[in-house]
Design a protein around this ligand. Sequence first.
Ligand code: CS2
Length: 486
Amino acid sequence: MTRLSSATLAGLPADVVRPAYDRAAVTCGVVHIGIGAFHRAHQAVVFDDALNAGDLRWGITAASLRSPAVRDQMAPQDGLYTMLVRDGAAEQARVIGAVQRVIVAPEEPQALLAALASPDTHMVTLTITEKGYKLDPATGALIESDPQLVADIASLESPQTAPGYLVAALAMRRAAGLPPFTAISCDNLPHNGTRLRDAVIALARRHDAGLADWIAGEGAFPQTMVDRIVPATTAEAIATLTARIGVEDQAMVKTEPFLQWVIEDRFCGPRPEFGAGVQVTQAVAPWEEAKLRLLNGSHSGIAYLGGLAGIDHVHEVLALPEARRFVEALWDEAETTLSPPPELDVAAYRRELMARFDNPTLRHRTRQIAMDGSQKLPQRLLHSIAARLAAGQGIDALSLAVAAWVRWQAGVDDQGAAHKVDDPLADAIAAALAGAASTEDRVAAILAFDAVVPPDLATSAPFRAALVRWLAILETEGARAALARL
Ligand code: CS2
């Protein structure tokens, strides 16, 4: 089958939107680390907008730190891919041309370093998932025992981690008399910019104190909040798009109309005139907290409870009235812990969120959201629980979501169907739970798991009681019964 590429672009159906700029004239002002579907449907679109607006500095050199899969999908397509935006019956197909090259870091570490150290590069964006920062989920401290980080502490010849690449490239820039780049974390972590900055400076300090001071003084690591629901691309979606546009596009992404990127106004070099969906502001934290605790918190609850009930997609979970009530109850609880930005109408935000979750064409899988729960739980659910308990408030819905995560670790759903617990700490959590014979023991084992549970919650009697109660119901009656009982 003929592929989407520069050569086949002109022959696409007339309603497919194409790059309005000359791709050959573009320079790469951005290096993106972690080119998955989320980047292709989010930041890459924002830079494509800048290119379409005529500022040709914002092409992207993208990299993946592990797998060659995305490079193998995109290289035969000259970096082109289609973004399909679906909302109910309406659908728009747009070809994004911003990605000029994809580097597989383990195959070509020097090529990635050269791109990062290039005078053309002004910004580095990252979507490396929570675990890519090598930070303890509960405390945010650098996990110095991580084997890849150990390697990067020993030598930065061919870095293994994202912070390692940034430090090595910043050293090259400093030696060449170039300014640093603005490094923008686009992962769903609280204070993501500070966390990235801390990881980079801590690693730099292990190699060269002068470099660490230079990065601290001259570099910029803005906080960001990123939001767009981007389900993993399926073979079925590729086949449907092929039938629609007449060429095969293995790098396509499908997403919703909504896009939000709130970026702290902290840059150490040029940036584009940002367009639709992007807000540059002094205060990102209130946005990020609202998004993590409302959207992502309920998403994780839906994923574990829906997954245990054997339901594949978010919109199908929300077809159950008891699941909708659970989401509203969780939002009622989480909402009181927020200090929302003045521009955010929380009631309207909640209504809009429910409508986004209901989008039937997205087919967002509960399994996808269930991944890496150990890295996600603190900022999505546990921080809200700690704040509610400190204020003497109830935690019924929030603790049901956490209990569902605990139940998910057993690796079987309510029908007895097995699932893989896809999590960097899966083995450690399984080992902690292995010796626990009763529901109380399982809760005690989880509470003692200090990589995930912060100390104030580990010793909280009401939290323990809520988890025991919900876990017992989940274990004996299942997720649907637990939802009905809320
Ligand atoms: C989801 C997020 O997979 C997950 O954990 O909760 O990817 C979510 O879809 C995005 O944060 C939405 O912006």
